[in-house]
Design a protein around this ligand. Structure first.
Ligand SMILES: NC(=O)c1ccc[n+]([C@@H]2O[C@H](COP(=O)([O-])OP(=O)(O)OC[C@H]3O[C@@H](n4cnc5c(N)ncnc54)[C@H](OP(=O)(O)O)[C@@H]3O)[C@@H](O)[C@H]2O)c1
Length: 505
């Protein structure tokens, strides 16, 4: 009679990670503690169906096993023993993985059937169940924790990572705003980063995204967000050093990026809630992620959720909408131009120089208005570009100085998205002014659109896909060191930059 052993477990790692190890039929001497040495016979590849692995166990036994099937689509492989010094007869085993979407983990099912000499049934089924399968689950977990899949093709792990002792503070440096004011108020100082608390991920940052909101914070415009002595910055990219209690889906060495509503990213090492963090695809480098994550997700929310450029017959934009974008050559601006154009909008942008105008055109802005000496005067030009009717949707990062022109530039039933305040905080909006043309108004904050891990992952996936399929072109990226944060701010606020800025940590 055939014996049957079935065991399963959950591995706290994404399926690609686990499968990269399992599908290599000759990897088990690296992760399974009972295996001593292993080689594939006849020099065949270790993922070739039919190949034979020839291995010795630490107890001196010797086994030859053949790979029978390997299904990358369903994460499944089957193998059998062809010769062994242990008395397992007609042994056929199957390993199947399934993704667990909650926390991005992996379900691993391992089962086999075999015959045994009479009287050895119990001993051999226990040996397979515990000594091989259950021990294997634990050994693979340990192997992944220690960074053992670095050689996996397509791995998103950082090969330069070294496992750190857990629960120790790590030396870091951070930028602090000594007093609210100009860029010179920012200074770099030493500061240890403590061990991650429950639900937190500790990240060794490599690139930090600079956003206009960092300037508002430094100036003291949003004291509830950043107090004097605090560290600005809402996003960064790097590698996971370690995770606090209860964190699922991240391992040491994972390449990740994050954005979140609490500042503090201008530093080398930081703890952040795991819910803010996404793993990076191999094709997205740290610097690209830091340049794109917050700005790209903002652009995604703007074109899809707020302007609704992808919704035919919608109440807002829809394909063919006339979209007015201020600071069209800026970090968010270029991404919006490219994405909106791809969705069929007519994009009208304002910029402050001819060089920025050229860049905005390159990214899909059809009508560019150079503000120059005129200050924030653009409504007539917008009317002209739209055959007299005005813009259907306005993306306004300028704020107060553009208020009246914005109202004049909007079409009847136009939608005004007040995104930011580069010229000063927008004072209260007079509802009578909106009433005159049935204008609708929204004041979105990107963090509210990525408030759950699921939504963050869904939107980030859409962002990386847009980059990969050419919908988005990476904007020019201006690099500064963390110590050069003041220079980065000074250039951003005197309108000297185009595209995105990052601080290399
Ligand atoms: N609500 C949200 O969730 C959210 C998220 C991301 C960004 N934002 C907002 O979106 C806007 C763009 O952000 P960003 O980080 O991508 O910055 P950015 O557009 O790269 O830089 C700001 C641009 O604003 C223009 N500008 C016009 N008047 C200015 C002035 N008086 N001072 C400084 N700049 C002025 C400049 O472009 P020109 O020289 O071409 O005029 C400047 O390059 C900001 O208002 C920001 O606060 C909001």
């Amino acid at each position: 009679m055939l014996q049957r052993v079935v065991r399963s477990t959950i591995i706290d790692a994404p399926i690609e990670r686990v499968w990269a190890v399992i599908r290599d039929f000759n990897s088990h001497d690296q992760w399974h503690a009972v295996v001593d040495t292993s080689r594939i016979e006849r020099g065949e590849k270790s993922d070739q169906v039919g190949c034979v692995r020839n291995f010795t166990l630490k107890d001196g036994n010797h086994i030859r096993e053949q790979l029978l099937t390997l299904d990358d689509h369903h994460w499944k492989s089957t193998y059998c023993i062809v010769e062994a010094t242990v008395p397992l007869q007609r042994y056929v085993a199957t390993v199947t993985l399934k993704p667990v979407t909650d926390g991005n983990r992996t379900f691993w099912h391992w089962e086999s059937t075999f015959a045994t000499p009479p009287g050895m049934e119990r001993e051999l089924t226990d040996m397979v169940a515990q000594g091989v399968y259950e021990a294997g689950f634990e050994n693979l977990r340990k192997h992944l924790r220690e960074g053992g899949d670095l050689r996996a093709p397509g791995s998103t792990r950082d090969a330069a990572m070294v496992a750190l002792p857990r629960a120790l503070p790590v030396a870091s440096r951070r930028v602090v705003v000594k007093r609210y004011g100009g860029p010179e108020q920012m200074q770099l100082e030493d500061a240890d980063c403590p061990a991650p608390g429950p639900g937190e991920v500790r990240i060794r940052q490599r690139a930090v995204g600079v956003n206009f909101i960092d300037i508002y914070q430094r100036r003291g415009w949003i004291p509830a967000m950043l107090a004097e002595g605090g560290t600005p910055g809402m996003e960064a990219a790097g590698s996971v050093l370690d995770c606090g209690e209860g964190v699922h889906g991240f391992l040491e060495g994972d390449r990740v990026a994050y954005l979140g509503p609490v500042p503090g990213s201008y530093c080398h090492v930081r703890n952040v809630p795991a819910d803010w963090v996404v793993r990076l695809p191999p094709a997205v480098e740290d610097e690209t992620a830091a340049a794109l994550l917050l700005k790209g997700l903002t652009a995604e929310v703007l074109v899809h959720d707020l302007a609704q450029l992808d919704r035919r017959g919608g109440t807002r934009g829809g394909p063919g909408a006339r979209l007015l974008v201020h600071a069209a050559a800026g970090g968010v601006g270029l991404l919006v131009c490219a994405w909106a154009r791809k969705l069929g909008a007519t994009v009208i942008g304002t910029v402050s120089s001819d060089a920025k105008a050229r860049l905005a055109r390159e990214y899909g802005c059809e009508h560019v208005i150079v503000l120059g000496e005129r200050g924030y005067r653009f409504a007539d030009a917008v009317k002209q570009a739209t055959g007299g009717s005005g813009a259907d949707v306005l993306i306004d990062g300028l704020g107060e100085a553009a208020r009246d022109e914005n109202l004049a530039a909007l079409a009847r039933r136009g939608h005004w998205i007040s995104l930011g305040n580069a010229t000063g905080a927008l004072a209260q909006v007079d509802t009578h002014a909106l009433l005159a043309k049935s204008i609708t108004f929204s004041r979105p904050v990107v963090f509210d659109y990525v408030a759950t891990r699921g939504e963050l992952e869904r939107r980030a996936t859409r962002l990386w896909a847009a980059l990969a399929d050419g919908t988005l072109k990476l904007p020019p990226v201006e690099r500064h060191s963390l110590a050069g944060a003041a220079e980065a701010h000074a250039r951003l606020e005197r309108r000297a930059t185009s595209g995105a800025l990052v601080l290399l940590a």
